[in-house]
Design a protein around this ligand. Structure first.
Ligand code: FUB
Length: 339
């Protein structure tokens, strides 16, 4: 028996568990952003609740109010709930709907990034700071200047530069922005026009502000042409994530109304990114949202579905399964419910 039990992750059991068993069952969790801090996996999910708000296309029924942080000593371990890390009542600028968060570590501090609606109904992205990856976190008094829309994902490159990717259509309000300016009269482009892209901004050294103007990212097809707004199977909808593999930047995202998790690769953090394929086929529930993280040399997909709530779309549960890149760097598409 080898000394190091980490060498003995039984991937078949891990993947079988993902089909049937969420990481936690005592509460609903979604949009899991996983990171390895201090040799442990920390997960920063949304905390789904049923607030009794009727369903609509803007996602008003996703009425979350706080964040819990979870940790696992390895991917096939039980997840430990560290309790409330941040509550909306402690965020001076936020009024409702704490959606998908992410976290980062830099300069001895941990940062929790999260979108929420202000009292005027407009989403912005906030930051909260803490000394421990499990929280608690103290929110800044105001949202990050020039931030908008939802689903922040913070990626720190090998040279220490931090970038935030963000944006989401429909309830996430991205369709209302052109050149970083909000106008509720803007809509998604027509089907034959280029799709709206996710957004990126480099973060300042203190991780609390953008260090540059927000830029739009282009995702192209195999011929280098921007994906079109009517290409619903491939165009960006929400749930940005970035990971780096063999020197390539892998931007992954959800296609929203077609329910795929897809990815596109590029040579720089800003792209352009070329569409490469699907990571995860549709899960039970409308939304799909994930993170990709490497632990002890193996790659994992953290994602969610609505199996535990028997299909209630805003009551989701986070799961983990193995993710593999083939010899050409292509990600093998995962079927969430193989026979
Ligand atoms: O959890 C609320 C929203 O649902 C997220 O922000 C989206 O990515 C979708 O998962």
């Amino acid at each position: 028996m080898p000394e190091d039990p980490i060498d003995h992750i039984d991937f078949e059991t891990l993947n079988r568990r993902a089909i049937s068993q969420p990481l936690v069952t005592h509460m609903y969790t979604a949009d899991p952003s996983a990171h390895v801090f201090n040799g442990k996996i920390y997960i920063y999910p949304s905390h789904d609740i049923d607030a009794g708000i009727p369903f609509d296309d803007l996602g008003s029924h996703f009425a979350m109010e706080d964040y819990h942080v979870f940790s696992m000593s390895r991917p096939d371990d039980q997840a430990t709930d560290h309790g409330v890390a941040l509550h909306i009542k402690d965020v001076p600028w936020a009024a409702r709907q704490m959606w998908a968060p992410d976290a980062a570590y830099k300069n001895g501090k941990y940062y929790l990034y999260f979108p929420a609606k202000k009292a005027d109904g407009i989403f912005q992205i906030g930051v909260a700071t803490g000394d421990d990856p499990a929280g608690p976190f103290t929110a800044a008094a105001t949202p990050i200047q020039n931030s908008y829309s939802i689903d922040p994902a913070v990626f720190i490159d090998d040279d220490g530069t931090a970038y935030m990717y963000f944006g989401g259509l429909w309830g996430g309000q991205l369709q209302s922005y052109r050149n970083n300016l909000y106008d509720p009269h803007h809509h998604e482009p027509a089907a034959g026009e280029p799709a709206l892209g996710p957004r990126i901004a480099r973060l300042a050294d203190d991780m609390l502000e953008f260090a540059e103007e927000v830029k739009e990212i282009t995702i192209t097809d195999e011929n280098g042409h921007p994906l079109l707004a009517g290409d619903n199977d491939r165009r960006f909808f929400e749930a940005s994530w970035m990971h780096k593999y063999n020197g390539q930047y892998y931007f992954s995202y959800s296609t929203g109304d077609t329910h795929f998790l897809c990815y596109a690769t590029g040579d720089t953090p800003y792209g352009p990114f070329r569409y490469r394929g699907r990571i995860l086929n549709p899960v039970v529930g409308w939304t799909s949202h994930h993170s990709i993280c490497v632990f002890n040399g193996e790659w994992y997909l953290f994602y969610h579905d609505s199996s535990l709530s028997r299909g209630i779309t805003h009551l989701r549960s986070m799961k983990v399964t193995r993710l593999t890149h083939d010899e050409n760097g292509l990600i093998k598409t995962i079927d969430p419910y193989p026979l």
